[in-house]
Design a protein around this ligand. Structure first.
Ligand code: ATP
Ligand code: MG
Length: 737
């Protein structure tokens, strides 16, 4: 069979990697050099040149979106969907194994996955039951501790004993948490991995089965695997299988979540006869973008060391924009996007990247004002929204009324007269009797231990859940019908309709969207892992981090944190909030190694851009409820100045930044003094951009913009209490503070 189509569009080194013999291999290469492309082509090669069945291939990616993309690209290349191949994230694949072998894994058949909110709630509940002071043991920190231990593959029993009372207490809480999860049949994200790993270790015949099945395992973004993921890979590959891992040490950005760069160093020790391949040509970005990335990452020590090059020419320099504040920064970005759109570019070619999720709000508001469609990855996920989680909780109860987490969530939503007192009676009864809250409710009703009104309210809730349990058993109802019924029976729509304003409206729309999403959900009845489409849907809702409000194919600007941008590429990229204390984040100054990780994150950000990159920062920023004045990030200074040009305010002319390393304080002063635009003076009032001013009616604010000359001159002031307003300067009676 002619397999040249697989190799045609590759360079020599990529070809070496794709057409390598059936042996372990490690592809180490910088951003945009085609690592993911190599993986996809390697899979096609294994199927065509080595005649391996798709059934014997497992590919691990970092996000669900990447997994879907990979599946699409394989299909495109080989012409048919790769039936039987496992492509997914570590969590997704572990989950699949556990669903298929729940009994061997010591789980309940209908085990539930907890997201981080559920986890936090459970920890709080346990602490309440144990009367533990949550100021001394902040629940979030407890979650952090537990997750960290699981990432290292340690159960409570494996955590070393310590004399330090704090560590002792954490360990104790971990014990109780483990016990509660076991009892409730709940698994957190870390547990999926740990349990799947243990399942393989404790069940040799099963392990043999999978080792024989998956003859070849491929891993993308290998630099970000943590201890337990790496251990699981080693076990799954075993002595017979082979592994292809691709990664880039300069893009390791999950150290804070337990990722181990050492896994790259150990790879050649732990796997036999590893062929290591390096790729150096970048196909993604222009010369300026690439030189900026190279110049920046040079400042890190301990690199495996590689330089990327491109033959695609320098392209446009990177534009640097200093906003007066975060509003001005957002406005500038949206202005550029509109210009791009008007010139015919698609919105989805644009990404706005930020260090912290909270930064998105101002940008979102600006996009909404300008009626530009956008989509957020991660962060406020659709399935994370309150109204959606409530509807899903009802669905969970319909499958298993003993799901205490779901019961606590919705027993009184919408309000039905089951107050906090009744709920704690239920909780106590459940604890005393060692049963679920659902069972406790029945006991309470039977024994009539509550006042009649409270008992009746509980009966009402039982009736709803009983009805829903019947609904979900009906074979002829589609998943969309089931959700419609759930949402109606639970009374969620009238409940939110009563809420005032847009919020309630949006919630109702989201619930309708959920019915739509359920209706469009495709479920493969042959998939051995799930016993019903509803169960598959509920699990996907928890696991899928990628699905946000706009649908995937709609043309929309893409907003995401730098972490979620890994592996992706966009023609136009905005790297925003590039300021000291924000990026690098304040926290990174405290712990050794974290600043380097921030720099790698910046490297990831820069290398997402294909044609044009904007770097923006704000001189003052309101974030997390307070205002700060940060200097531009050190990362900007680390970019070779010849790759950068500064954007002048309100004029489309740009000029190169001085060739000397700019000292940013003087650079700013120079800009403000030398540019007429930046130093606007009206006839009588001397108001500069960035000044704080006082207005007799509106109070204090910051000058963020101006328009016109002489008597027509207007300024835009962002008032602390009144928001932003345009004022005619000669009438406004502004006082400069
Ligand atoms: P990252 O480190 O960001 O994940 P990567 O190394 O995985 O990057 P890819 O995403 O595989 O890089 O490739 C980057 C871009 O370059 C893609 O658009 C890809 O299609 C293109 N590309 C890779 N190799 C070639 C090639 N030989 N010819 C043409 N285009 C290529
Ligand atoms: Mg990649």
């Amino acid at each position: 069979m002619d397999v040249s189509f697989i190799l045609d569009s590759l360079n020599d080194k990529q070809r070496d990697a794709v057409a390598a013999p059936l042996q372990n291999s490690l592809v180490l290469a910088g951003a945009g050099s085609g690592k993911t492309r190599v993986l996809v082509h390697r899979i096609a090669w294994l199927m065509h040149a080595y005649q391996l069945s798709p059934y014997s291939i497992m590919a691990v990616t970092f996000t669900n979106k990447a997994a879907r993309e990979m599946q699409g690209r394989i299909e495109e290349l080989v012409g048919v969907p790769p039936q039987g191949m496992w492509v997914g994230t570590f969590h997704g694949l572990a989950h699949r194994l556990l669903r298929a072998h729940w009994r061997d894994a010591g789980l309940k058949e209908n085990f539930q996955i907890m997201d981080s909110d559920d986890q936090l709630r459970l920890v709080k509940r346990i602490m309440r039951e144990m009367n533990i002071d949550d100021t001394r043991w902040p629940p979030k920190q407890v979650c952090w501790f537990i997750n960290g231990q699981k990432d290292e593959g340690r159960r409570a029993a494996h955590v070393p004993d310590s004399h330090d009372p704090f560590s002792k207490g954490m360990r104790e809480l971990y014990y109780h948490y483990e016990e509660a999860c076991e009892r409730l049949g709940m698994l957190d994200f870390g547990e999926l991995l740990l349990r799947a790993h243990e399942l393989m270790l404790t069940n040799p015949p099963l392990l043999r089965h999978y080792q024989e099945r998956f003859r070849h395992v491929l891993v993308d973004e290998f630099q970000d695997t943590n201890t337990i993921q790496y251990a699981w890979l080693r076990v799954m590959v075993g002595e017979q299988g082979t592994i292809t891992a691709v990664g880039d040490d300069d893009q390791s950005i999950y150290g804070w979540r337990g990722a181990k760069i050492e896994n790259i160093h150990n790879f050649t020790k732990h796997f036999k006869d590893v062929q290591t391949i390096r790729l150096e040509q970048n196909y993604r970005s222009t010369g300026h973008i690439l030189n900026a990335a190279n110049g920046l990452i040079k400042n890190n020590d301990d690199r495996l060391g590689k330089e990327l090059w491109t033959d695609s020419g320098d392209g446009e320099p990177i534009s640097l924009y200093a906003g007066f504040n975060e509003q001005d920064e957002a406005r500038f970005i949206i202005g550029i996007i509109k210009k791009w759109r008007d010139e015919g570019a698609a919105l989805k070619e644009t990404a706005i990247l930020y260090r912290s999720n909270a930064q998105s709000r101002v940008i979102e508001e600006c996009l909404v004002r300008e009626q530009i469609a956008y989509r957020i990855y991660g962060g406020h996920r659709f399935y994370d929204r309150l109204e959606i989680k409530n509807a899903l909780a009802y669905a969970r109860l319909a499958l298993d009324p003993n799901d205490d987490g779901a019961m606590e969530r919705v027993i009184n939503v919408p309000p039905r007269g089951i107050g906090e007192r009744s709920i704690s009676t239920l909780r106590e009864m459940a604890r005393d009797q060692g049963c679920s809250m659902w069972q406790a409710a029945q006991l309470i009703v039977d024994q009539a231990i509550m006042p009649a009104r409270a008992t009746n309210a509980i009966k009402g809730f039982q009736q709803i859940i009983d009805d829903l349990m019947t609904t979900v058993q009906q074979p002829d109802l589609s998943l969309g019908d089931i959700f419609e019924q759930i949402i109606n029976d639970a009374g969620l729509i009238p409940f939110h309709e009563k809420e005032k304003g847009e919020k309630g409206e949006a919630r109702v729309e989201n619930l309708k969207e959920l019915i739509g999403a359920a209706g469009g959900f495709s479920w493969n009845p042959e998939d051995e892992a799930f016993s019903s489409p509803l169960m598959a849907f509920l699990d996907q809702a928890v696991l899928d981090a990628g699905d946000a409000q706009a649908d995937e194919y709609q043309d929309a600007v893409q907003l995401m944190t730098l972490h979620s941008a890994k592996g992706l590429e966009f023609p136009l990229v905005f790297l925003t909030g590039v300021e000291e204390n924000l990026f690098p984040s304040k926290m990174s100054f405290e712990e050794p190694g974290r600043l380097e990780e921030e720099r790698r994150l910046c490297y990831v950000g820069i290398t997402r851009a294909m044609k044009k990159l904007y770097i923006t920062y704000a001189e003052s920023r309101r974030l997390f409820g307070s205002e700060s004045f940060n200097s531009p990030s050190r990362f900007i200074k680390e970019i070779p100045p010849q790759c950068l040009e500064e954007v002048r305010l309100r004029s489309q002319v740009s000029r190169p930044v001085s060739m000397q390393r700019p000292d940013y304080q003087t650079e700013k002063a120079r800009l403000q003094n030398s540019t007429v635009l930046n130093n606007f003076k009206a006839p009588e009032v001397n108001v500069n951009m960035g000044d704080r001013v006082k207005h007799p009616v509106f109070g204090e604010g910051l000058v963020i913009n101006y328009e016109g000359q002489g008597p027509q001159a207007r300024v835009q002031v962002n008032f602390d209490d009144e928001g932003s307003k345009w004022l005619v300067l000669s009438f406004a009676k502004l006082e400069v503070l």
